[in-house]
Design a protein around this ligand. Structure first.
Ligand code: PMT
Length: 424
């Protein structure tokens, strides 16, 4: 997505300017053509040579250079840019931008370009929360600027507060989202479920599975980068929440069903990549279950221990029933669908260890899906926890596609490629 995209990275004079080196490096590695413009104050913190080395291009800063070339250069840069990112955006530059001032190369380009503006403010808490800075940011937002909120944490002063420069991954997420905002999912609301559910046995144990959430998080990020409003319903995973995605954290299958049910009415698509536990313990012990011991000796007994399980709701199955029954669906299933505002495209996954095709076809039918993505989770390059996946995609009309092993990013893209035409 970033290959050959023309991105200007403006660097202001804040201590966080050194952290922007990593962003420039990552953008360059992703194939973007990165032109760095530094303010005169930024050069007090980091030398232009550092950014030139990382971007593999010359760095711009002086609007008043004796050759007069800069006058032409700033217009050329402004016209060619697809995105202007200002990191860190200082209170001073934010104020200048809000008031249309152009006293250096960066502010001149900002006024001259029609490319979208993405700001990552970072500064001392009191400067950030000052009404002047907030008013200036509000003005810029009204004019269409995108603002990545600073994080709360330890600041250069040693104080803890809001104003910390975001992580590179967050900024890359924001850049992808802005560049992809007019993509083929623009204006769509989509729900993705990810991770595995955990069904409590007692306060310290649960019935769970090995889902890492990677497949689902990649699906969410891909949809975000194509312009969708993404609702990510996630079981407990070790992944950071992706930038620009509406997160809903759940633990159990029942909670996942409730979350899906809450958002379903105005969604365009639901992709259930979560590994939902089919059963949960019938009773959850209030206290930690202790080892069984014989009364006489107090020794640990080797007796068997069993847990009674009860079936969890089949979320996709209930949804199929509810959609068939329209309003009546609510009475028969736990999924509440007052009225769907649009046709909902439903995509399920099948995690199988044998008879992949037969099981997948049966699930597609039983759950009345538009698409079913089947993965053989006994392979080492596919399924739980891996960075790659090998999937078969089954279509409602009976067609089947056998995709090669791909990174989960690629599988996510392939799935959305097939959902988009179904959205109509
Ligand atoms: O998270 P990763 O580590 O990246 O691993 C990805 C994955 C292996 C979890 C993923 O690719 C996958 O296969 N997800 C589906 C796992 C699963 O629960 O499959 P299933 O065959 O048991 O369920 C079939 C479909 O019904 C799934 O879409 C599931 O979300 C849904 N389901 C299942 C049970 C249930 N009670 N309600 C459901 O809606």
């Amino acid at each position: 997505m970033l290959l050959n995209r023309r991105i200007i990275v403006g660097i202001c004079g804040g201590i966080a300017s050194y952290k922007a080196i990593d962003l420039v490096s990552k953008l360059q590695q992703a194939g973007a053509l990165v032109d760095v413009i530094m303010t005169e104050h930024a050069e007090e913190f980091v030398r232009p040579l550092t950014f030139a080395t990382m971007s593999h291009r010359r760095v711009y800063s002086d609007l008043w250079e004796a050759s007069g070339e800069a006058a032409e250069t700033h217009i050329k840069l402004a016209e060619e840019a697809e995105l202007l990112v200002i990191v860190p955006a200082t209170a001073n530059t934010i104020a200048k931008l809000a008031h249309g001032m152009t006293d250096n190369m960066l502010t001149a380009v900002a006024l001259a370009t029609r490319a979208p503006l993405l700001l990552a403010p970072a500064m001392y808490t009191n400067m950030y929360t000052h009404p002047a800075t907030q008013a200036n940011l509000a003005t810029l937002r009204e004019r269409g600027a995108f603002v990545v909120e600073p994080e709360v944490g330890r600041l250069a002063s040693g104080a803890i507060g809001v104003g910390r420069f975001p992580e590179t991954a967050t900024l890359l997420g924001a850049i992808h989202q802005v560049l992809g905002r007019h993509g083929d999912l623009a204006g769509r609301r989509v729900i993705v479920t990810a991770g595995g559910t955990q069904e409590p046995i007692d306060p310290v144990r649960y019935v769970g599975n090995r889902s890492s959430g990677k497949m689902g998080y990649n699906l969410a990020v891909e949809a975000r980068d194509r312009g969708a409003h993404v609702i990510l319903v996630s079981g407990p995973v070790a992944l950071p929440p992706p930038f620009g995605v509406e997160m809903h954290l759940v633990e159990t299958a029942m909670q996942m069903r409730d979350a899906v049910s809450d958002f379903i009415t105005d969604a365009d698509a639901l992709i259930m990549s979560a590994a939902v536990a089919d059963f949960r313990p019938t009773r959850v012990a209030e206290q930690k279950i202790k080892k069984l011991r014989t009364e006489a000796t107090g020794q640990h007994r080797e007796d068997e221990f069993s847990i009674d399980l009860v079936a969890n709701p089949d979320i996709l199955g209930e949804l199929a029933l509810a959609l068939k029954g329209g309003h009546a669906g609510e009475q028969h299933t736990g999924i509440s669908i007052p009225q769907l505002k649009r046709r909902l495209i439903r995509v399920g996954f099948a995690a199988e260890t044998e008879h992949l095709v037969e099981h997948a076809q049966a699930k597609l039918q039983r759950k009345q899906l538009d698409l079913l993505v089947a993965n053989d989770v006994s392979r080492t390059d596919s399924g739980f926890g891996t960075d790659t996946n090998k999937v078969l995609i089954f279509h409602a009309d009976g067609a089947m596609e056998d995709l090669p092993v791909m990174p989960k990013t690629g599988v996510a893209a392939a799935i959305w490629d097939r959902v988009v035409p179904l959205l109509g």
